[in-house]
Design a protein around this ligand. Structure first.
Ligand SMILES: NC(=O)c1ccc[n+]([C@@H]2O[C@H](COP(=O)([O-])OP(=O)(O)OC[C@H]3O[C@@H](n4cnc5c(N)ncnc54)[C@H](O)[C@@H]3O)[C@@H](O)[C@H]2O)c1
Length: 283
């Protein structure tokens, strides 16, 4: 598999395009407007350039990787792709529309993958005439740095489809892969979100300070960052959306978003990106 399509050149799509191009694949990124296409191309070349500055890639290899990426506004340009990875906004109607269009353009053997964090893969697969070639490939942010890719098989995904994307992620991109079922949160968020919610409940109860909760989990468990710092880094709105999605799926109390999380999102205290969350970043 060497001809790759990426739908959307935002945070995740640009990162996915970057790792594929650096691994030697030919990449076409689909965007919706010229200004977004230009922004996507700039995002990809800037990020690859940072690798040169850090001494992780030579200028020659970086130039070759940048040259392997094209950005287009025309879905028909994806006709020859062997694998298309969708990283458009987390809106079911948008993803349905994209997969229906891709289904009409690409060959029957092309694998169609989605990077969705929370939409059931089967709902996206159902928009196509060949749901057996639709699979979830969940990368983590920032894609060039985070080693994990969760591979999610829907009830209709053919084993060969999951095997082919696993092989590409592992052996071409050099990622660590895990196989997960088509359930909200997959593996990582199903385990991480209850932990973060429990840390918020502990803080809200007055049992321990934010600093002590974070210091405890760093020093006692060897985690690189404490849970409340992690909430601030991920974004409290993203944590809330993930908890809501898990609670809607399983209706188990440990997935229920804590009231404090909701109130902080209502207050616009979303963490680092707004300057305030559990900690103050305004200084
Ligand atoms: N940001 C994260 O940390 C993260 C992590 C894992 C998975 N995800 C998932 O990845 C997907 C993308 O998230 P993101 O954070 O990169 O979003 P983003 O908003 O940064 O990027 C989305 C891009 O898609 C483009 N787009 C919109 N409609 C399109 C269409 N019809 N065709 C082609 N391009 C279109 C937009 O112009 C934008 O550039 C979502 O499904 C999200 O849930 C995000």
């Amino acid at each position: 598999m060497n001809l790759i399509g990426v739908i959307g050149g935002g945070t995740m799509g640009a990162g996915i395009a970057e790792v594929c191009a650096k691994a030697g694949s030919d990449v076409i990124v689909l965007e919706t407007k010229q200004e977004f296409a230009d922004a996507a191309a700039a995002r990809i070349s800037k990020s690859i350039g940072r690798g040169v500055a850090k001494g992780k890639i030579s200028q020659e290899d970086a130039d070759a990787a940048v040259a392997r990426v094209k950005v287009t506004l025309d879905v028909a340009d994806l006709a020859d792709r062997e694998l298309v990875i969708e990283a458009a906004p987390e809106v079911e109607a948008i993803k349905h529309d994209i997969f229906a269009k891709l289904d009409a353009v690409v060959g029957e053997k092309t694998i169609l993958a989605t990077n969705t964090s929370s939409i059931p893969i089967i709902k996206i697969a159902a928009a196509t005439a060949h749901p057996e070639r639709v699979v979830g490939v969940h990368f983590f942010n920032p894609v060039p740095v985070m080693p994990l890719v969760e591979i999610i098989s829907a009830l209709t995904t053919a084993p060969e489809t999951a095997a082919a994307v696993t092989d590409y992620a592992k052996n071409v991109l050099g990622k660590t892969t895990v196989q997960a079922g088509d359930r909200s949160g997959f593996i990582v968020n199903a385990l991480l979100i209850p932990y973060l919610c429990q840390a918020i409940r502990m803080f809200d109860s007055g049992y321990a300070s934010a600093e002590d909760i974070d210091a405890a989990m760093k020093g006692g468990c060897g985690y690189p960052m404490g849970p409340l710092t992690l909430c601030d880094t991920v974004g409290l709105d993203i944590c809330l959306a993930a908890a809501e999605s898990l609670y809607a799926e399983f209706a188990e109390p440990h997935f229920a978003p804590p009231a404090l999380l909701r109130r902080m999102v209502d207050a616009g205290r979303l963490g680092r990106k707004t300057g305030r969350g559990f900690y103050d970043y305004s200084a």
